[in-house]
Design a protein around this ligand. Structure first.
Ligand code: SF4
Length: 330
């Protein structure tokens, strides 16, 4: 990957470079990530946006080194965190990094919390393991975190089992647990998708406020550009295992330069277009065992040209911190 323009290396917390991850299945090799490169600076929130199946969660699991091997494998690339390549770390070293320096909030809290332990025990275990605190201190920190995330009567909630809490409360417990060790990087994978609309807004606001308070960086994975607009500083648009456009949020909304980004923006419901039918991107995300040749978006693209199906579009910088991969830009 060429050097990111306009970036002070001292400010870079996470740098993903030319990451390639595949899954080797009976049907064949699923080329989940073809060429993923992006940077998360200290204190910044990067949105990773795209449809289901575009490779967002595989990117997050690759960063955490949680890709099940077999069938998955990181084939090439670098994941530099604080200047050290995580791909070269042992499992033991990664266990120290996970939860401590990098934490993750998953989409469905019910599947992430252990049903046989009360939530107090679960958060205390994380604090004791990563911060090496006594049981008394771990309980004190856990109560503070539960209070911070807005859980009513934290002492009472500590003794509850996950199934006794609502979806919103479970997600607050997950956020409290993920942030209890003050990670430098928080990866939030569709943190509001499993919640109803009113709770979604509250949880997003909570994550944003806590990130600011703790000066953490965040990689926010979402299929919703509306969420990106509210929470993120920069955005990487992902399609079929590639970052196809990368820009500061305001620039992307003002000047979307990839047809896929344009399609995602048109699909956002707006107040002024109430009553009109929402625009959709025709077709579906391709099968990544036999992905389309050239630009992987070409079967769905209304601007496609002859070159699109034969040649992978290279990265083109529109300005110093906005790039796009599309032949229309050449
Ligand atoms: Fe469309 Fe071609 Fe650009 Fe791909 S490279 S997005 S097919 S115009």
């Amino acid at each position: 990957m060429e050097k990111e323009n306009n970036l002070d290396e001292n400010e870079i917390l996470l740098e993903v470079k030319n990451l390639k991850t595949s899954f080797f299945t009976y049907e064949g090799e699923v080329k989940a990530l073809e060429d993923v490169s992006f940077v998360v600076n200290k204190g910044e929130t990067l949105g990773l946006v795209g449809e289901t199946g575009s490779g967002k969660s595989v990117t997050a699991l690759s960063i955490m080194k949680l890709i099940p091997d077999p069938p998955g494998k990181i084939l090439s690339g670098e994941i530099n965190f604080n200047g050290e390549n995580l791909i070269k770390k042992t499992e033991k070293e990664m266990q120290d990094i996970r939860g401590n320096q990098i934490s993750m909030i998953f989409q469905d809290p019910m599947n992430s919390l252990n049903p046989v332990f009360d939530v107090g025990t679960q958060i205390k275990q994380v604090i004791k393991k990563h911060q090496r605190k006594s049981s008394r201190m771990a309980k004190k920190i856990a109560l503070e975190m539960f209070k911070k995330v807005g859980l009513p009567d934290p002492e009472h909630i500590m003794g509850k089992y996950p199934h006794e809490l609502s979806g919103g409360m479970q997600q607050r417990v997950m956020i409290a647990t993920a942030l209890s060790c003050h990670p430098q990087l928080l990866i939030a994978d569709e943190p509001t998708t499993a919640l109803d609309v009113t709770i979604q807004a509250q949880i997003l606001k909570l994550i944003k406020n806590l990130r600011d308070e703790m000066s953490s960086s965040m990689l926010l994975i979402t299929h919703d550009l509306g969420v990106v607009a509210r929470v993120c500083d920069r955005v990487a648009v992902m399609y079929a295992g590639n970052i196809v456009e990368y820009a500061p949020v305001k620039k992307l909304f003002k000047n979307p330069s990839h047809p896929y980004t344009e399609g995602l923006l048109k699909a956002i419901p707006r107040r002024e277009s109430r009553g009109e039918k929402l625009k959709i991107i025709k077709g579906k995300v391709p099968n990544l065992i036999t992905p389309p040749s050239g630009c992987r978006f070409h079967p769905r693209c209304e601007y496609k040209m002859d070159v699109c199906s034969s040649t992978i579009p290279p990265r083109k910088y529109i300005d110093e911190n906005h790039y796009v991969k599309c032949h229309l830009q050449f």
